[in-house]
Every structure is written in C-alpha cells, then in structure tokens.
Design a protein around this ligand. Sequence first.
Ligand code: FES
Length: 156
Amino acid sequence: MSGLYDAIRSVAARYPESRSAILPALRLAQQEHGGWLPPEAFRDVAEALELTPAYCRAVASFYDMFHLEPVGRHMVEVCTNVSCALVGAQQVLEAFEGELGVAAGETTPDGEVTLRTVECAGGCGWGTVVVVDHRYHEPVRPEDVAEIVRELRDAS
Ligand code: FES
C-alpha cells in the first residue's frame, strides 16, 4: 500500500466511522497530487475510506479549497462579493489580470500563478480582500497589485 493510503487510514482511525475523515483525506490527496485532485486521487481516497470515487468527487466539488483542475504553484484569490465589489474589487481583479497576463480562472503559462475570484474571504470590512497562498492582504487597491505580484515572483 502507498504512503497516501497509510496516511489516510491513520487519520481515519481517529474517527468513529472512516467516512467522516473524508475532508482531511481529500486534503492529503491534494497535497500528494501537486495541489489538485485528478481522478486517481479520488480512487485513492475511495479505496482508503471504503467509499466510491464518485462520492469523494462530489464532496470535493462542494468545497472551494479543493481543486478539480491543475493549479499553479501560487494561488491569488480576489474576493468579488458585494462588500469588496463596492470598494473596487473589479478594478483590483483587472489589475491582477493585467499584471499576470491571465484572466480570472486561469494559470500563467509558466505554471506559477493561478488567479481566481472567491465569493467571500470573511474580511468584508477591509475590502478589497486578496488572499495570496492563504495569506490575507487587505485592503488592496489597484495600485498595490504590481508590488504584490513582484513579491510573489521573488518568492518563486
Ligand atoms: S465580501 Fe469580500 S471579504 Fe466578504
């Protein structure tokens, strides 16, 4: 058995029913598969938890932190929900699109950065909120974007 299988079984042992470990199992599988969940990841999780791959995929599809398509090494998430929209989220998003050369939902050709929108990052009083690799930047204005991208590129 693989290291992933053993890791999932180990997590599942902490729960009364192994199916309850599906979220941490999916997280482990996503780490193992380079930041996203290809079909074999669902087979791995299903085998370890005695579920079906379709069930595992259905659960993953509900949560924003699971990626069903390949993503870049870095993730830039711009909140475009109403509180952020009212203070210029669209302009911030367009600044990122211009700086990175991709549209929202796309990854840069070098595979480094995925840009996407999110529905609410939970920082509504400090919009526009931008989350870069799980780190919050708030508030972000269009004129801040070049510096954020420069820092991201330097960290690569
Ligand atoms: S609306 Fe942007 S953080 Fe909530």
